[in-house]
Design a binder for this molecule. Sequence first.
Ligand code: NIG
Ligand code: FE
Length: 408
Amino acid sequence: MYRQVLHNLSVACLADTTGYGLLENGAVVVTGEDIAWVGAFADLPPEYRDAEPVDLGGRLLTPGLIDCHTHLVYAGNRAREFEQRLEGLSYAEIARAGGGIMSTVRATREASVDELARLARPRLEALRAEGVTSIEIKSGYGLERDAEIRMLQAAGALCAEAGVRCQRTFLGAHALPPEFADCADDYIEHVCDDMMPAAVEAGVVDAVDAFCEGIAFSVPQVRRVFERARSLGLPVKCHAEQLSWLGGAAMSAGLGALSVDHLEYLRADEAPLLARAGAVAVLLPGAFYVLRESQLPPVEALRAHGVPMALATDANPGSSPIFSPLAIMNMGCTLFRMTPLEALAGFTIQAARALGLADRIGSIMPGKAAEFALWDCEHPSELSYRIGFNPCAGVFQGGQWRWRGEAA
Ligand code: NIG
Ligand code: FE
């Protein structure tokens, strides 16, 4: 099998979350699509000395970034609502008046699979230009069986064509569609008994999410969705405590959720419960920033209790029209007082945990997939430091380099 030794580089291994695991004058041996060996170049074992040398020019190698919470596939945009929020309307008021998520739903229902993939392609390219090699993409703008399936088909096709690793998440319980106005329990029954099984049958679902919130679904409703998902053998994750406290995070963690996401209104005394359950806290400072939220997630309590913290773009047309993982890392530090190490771990090893894929991706270790981002940086702290400057030289995935700026 083709073997290459990447050398003349620093490697931030992120093998655990206590440090960057920085190797100066490091080397990584790649066999096919897997990492075979990592260490100081001076210690390269004799059996790898005949591997093809690849000189990386003294740059910094990190695990490929993992964006573990996105709504990347949708049609239309919500720039007009952005204006309305600036004129004084709140996100919840716009949603209650039939705008918000529902305005994206109207446009998304009209779009074909090809059209949805075409619209999402430049968004995915923007993420990949900043080092992303794995992404989670949710449905949730169809809110009817076939439109939800089309969104997930588009997500799969888009990522397969780009060679990006993808987790597809069914988010049928994202908002109440107009067909079920005032009948939320009936819609939840439809999600559980019709939409979710059909999407699973179509082979497009890797996980199930729900929006647990006053403007969306209650804790008992989300519990029904998750119990159905678990009965179909699917992992669950939850949009919880974003705009208010309902207790969705604790309920989800109790059902073994991979992650609980947003969490601005999580109570500090719930952190031990998340830690015990092994749920990852996925923090989304982009939505916090765009919605001009003032309630901070209880980061200190999460840190103190050892709850793994991931970061993600939450890329979506409403609350987080942000397609820059580096800007999100900066926001994680500036707004949430995370450290640059926590921010990078949040986009690599902790994000891998949030997807249930930590045995395969998220750190540079023998046996994991060879999926890397290469940076014109001297130190990994630079990745959280700037806004609007992209030092990514390229990504390595599927056994090949995609240099930034080169045609795909
Ligand atoms: O993660 N919170 C709910 N869902 C998205 C927003 C989707 C939208 O506004 O279109 C979020 O912030
Ligand atoms: Fe979201």
